[in-house]
Design a protein around this ligand. Structure first.
Ligand code: MN
Length: 369
């Protein structure tokens, strides 16, 4: 088939093989079919990174997805896993939400937008010498149940941790944090570990909707998986189930900083509160950012929006400071739901938080070299 200029077409490939179609639709080695006028192409069976007219399949198992012909992660992107500073892994799963689905679409949306994200911090610092390698997604197969899938996510995450890079996990609903943090706890089993959990919700229910692995059980399952309650901080919280209040009453050692407590506080004050909990005795901290920590006005694209949230300015300032000061060893960004979003505000917010976080984590690494 010959594609005309501006056409949007589908074409399938054999898994793992490079597409071999030239811009006029003829088969040609190492050239890649590009739409001349549309910034997107639809591709059946493969998720691709493109560079010029060449393309590399990132994840051949992906079903029909849209993406930009621009490079994902732009100047930060590398295929060289050895030299990469950051590993990105998508966990496109949203079966464990209580109401609004859609978070499974977030990794694809964030990759798509990343092609427009310059490698410059919000303070105008050019991000040099920092590279990102995209591992693609761990997708749930139709034949797997949730525990089986989570075991696979955990196994894959352990491989990522073994690379000793900074992992960024893109959810998915917050339940994907359960296997990711389990992998973290196992990787750092001989170290003092903690969790900083940005969220509107405490996520510390034991059972929710007859489910022990829902997105409301994340912190409770992390305790089962080896994190001590006194080493978990829930930050920005403004919504509780009654059982969660009971948990906090029984576990006064567990840390909770609510959104109302932060309302009149500066970011510097919040950072001081966090650093008092996570002192120099900690070896490795898992940073988990549920985008609904932000006020719905700043992050409308999420399944369970909660009024009275944090501003994006405040969250960025706190994240930057803790990434610069604390031993943050992994980051997840969850609950971005593109179908609920307005003008991709929420995906953009998550990308901005991610970019600042990886910059400040890497700066710290550089200064230790
Ligand atoms: Mn959450």
């Amino acid at each position: 088939m010959i594609y005309k200029k501006g056409d949007c077409g589908y074409f399938s490939t054999i898994q793992g093989k490079r597409p071999k179609l030239s811009s006029d639709g003829k088969v040609e080695k190492t050239r890649f079919f590009r739409m001349k006028e549309s910034p997107f192409f639809l591709f059946s069976g493969a998720y691709c990174k493109s560079q010029g007219n060449n393309a590399t399949i990132v994840n051949a198992k992906r079903k029909r997805k849209t993406m930009s012909v621009k490079e994902i992660w732009r100047e930060l992107n590398t295929d060289n896993i050895e030299s990469a500073d950051v590993i990105i892994m998508g966990v496109p799963f949203d079966e464990n939400v209580s109401c609004g689905k859609g978070a499974a679409q977030a990794p694809a949306k964030m990759r798509e937008l990343s092609a427009y994200l310059p490698p410059v911090t919000e303070d105008g610092k050019i991000i040099k010498g920092l590279t990102v390698c995209d591992f693609g997604d761990v997708e749930k197969s139709l034949h797997e149940n949730v525990p089986e899938y989570f075991n696979r996510v955990c196994a894959k995450a352990r491989k990522v941790f073994d690379l000793n890079k900074f992992p960024v996990f893109l959810g998915g609903d917050h339940s994907v944090s359960i296997p990711l943090r389990r992998a973290f706890a196992r990787h750092y089993s001989d170290k003092k570990i903690g969790i900083i959990h940005f969220d509107a919700h405490a996520d510390i229910c034991d059972v929710y909707d007859d489910n022990k692995f829902s997105h409301a059980n994340v912190n409770r399952r992390s305790i089962d998986d080896g994190f001590a309650p006194e080493n978990i901080l829930a930050f920005g919280i403004r919504s509780f189930e009654i059982q969660e209040l009971e948990f906090y009453a029984q576990h006064p050692e567990s840390h909770l900083i609510t959104a109302p407590q932060l309302a009149e506080k500066s970011a510097a004050h919040a950072v001081a509160m966090i650093c008092k909990i996570f002192d120099a005795s900690f070896d490795a901290i898992y940073l988990s950012i549920d985008i609904d920590c932000l006020d719905p006005s700043a992050a409308p694209g999420t399944g369970t929006p909660e009024a009275g949230g944090l501003t994006s300015r405040f969250v960025l300032d706190v994240v930057k400071a803790i990434c610069a000061r604390l031993p943050i060893r992994a980051l997840d960004l969850v609950e971005v739901s593109p179908p609920h979003d307005v003008n991709d505000i929420t995906s953009w917010a998550a990308l901005k938080i991610m970019l600042e976080a990886i910059y400040y984590v890497n700066q710290k690494k550089e200064s230790h070299r």
